[in-house]
Ligand binder design. Structure first.
Ligand code: UDP
Length: 195
């Protein structure tokens, strides 16, 4: 796929269908892949946050989440076929999870939210295996235990909802220790699912 450099962050020109196919390949490759969802706010933040910018340029896929990202790309002369919202990508992957046999872990958001999002996922995607939930309020002293909790659940897909840039930084730092095929920073996705 073509990438477009938007203010220093390379975003991939990709359709939702291609993003889903790529995510499926990432999960099947079992290589600790990471996807970031770049909206205009994240790209602006990366211009002032070197660590975030470096992470975005190292992860396996940065999708164009938001009309601003699509607009900027087209303005810079790289055709962006459509907006690939992180929320929608996640729903598409959760829908595939039961038939693929993927185990899913929800990490992040306020206490109780991930549990509610789990109930919603079980309603919407019958047979889905949400193998763990953990709220997103913790200190660095808890990192080891959180990684151990995630690994013990053996997820194939890890959704991390700690907000930008915390989710990208936490995930990128712990990716080598995580025993999970694909991790995605998902912002407010669990809140929306929890309703
Ligand atoms: N959050 C969290 N831990 C924190 C800070 C935030 O779990 O230390 C959660 C928060 O409860 C919310 C999500 O991260 O569920 C951030 O959502 P938001 O829509 O603000 O995401 P962003 O716009 O940053 O992508």
């Amino acid at each position: 796929f073509t990438t477009v450099n938007i203010l220093g962050t390379k975003v991939t020109s990709i359709t939702m269908q291609q993003a889903v196919e790529t995510a499926v390949q990432f999960i099947e490759a079992k290589h600790n892949y990471m996807i970031a969802t770049a909206n205009a706010e994240m790209i602006m933040r990366a211009t002032k946050d070197q660590e975030l910018k470096e992470i975005l340029n190292k992860v396996n896929l940065v999708i164009p989440d938001g009309a601003g990202t699509v607009w900027a790309s087209n303005y810079l002369g790289v055709h962006m076929p459509e907006r690939v919202a992180g929320f929608d990508l996640v729903q598409n992957l959760l829908q595939l999870a039961p038939s693929k046999g993927w185990r899913v872990f929800f990490f992040g958001s306020a206490p109780g939210v991930a549990e509610k999002a789990k109930l919603k996922a079980q309603q919407d995607y019958p047979g889905i295996e949400i193998v763990g939930v953990r709220n997103g309020f913790f200190t660095a002293a808890d990192d080891k235990a959180i990684v151990a909790e995630i690994n013990a659940a053996k997820p194939d897909l890890l959704l991390v909802a700690l907000g930008v840039p915390k989710q990208e930084k936490w995930l990128y730092k712990h990716l080598p220790e995580l025993d999970c095929a694909l991790s995605i920073g998902v912002g407010g996705t669990l809140d929306v699912m929890a309703g």
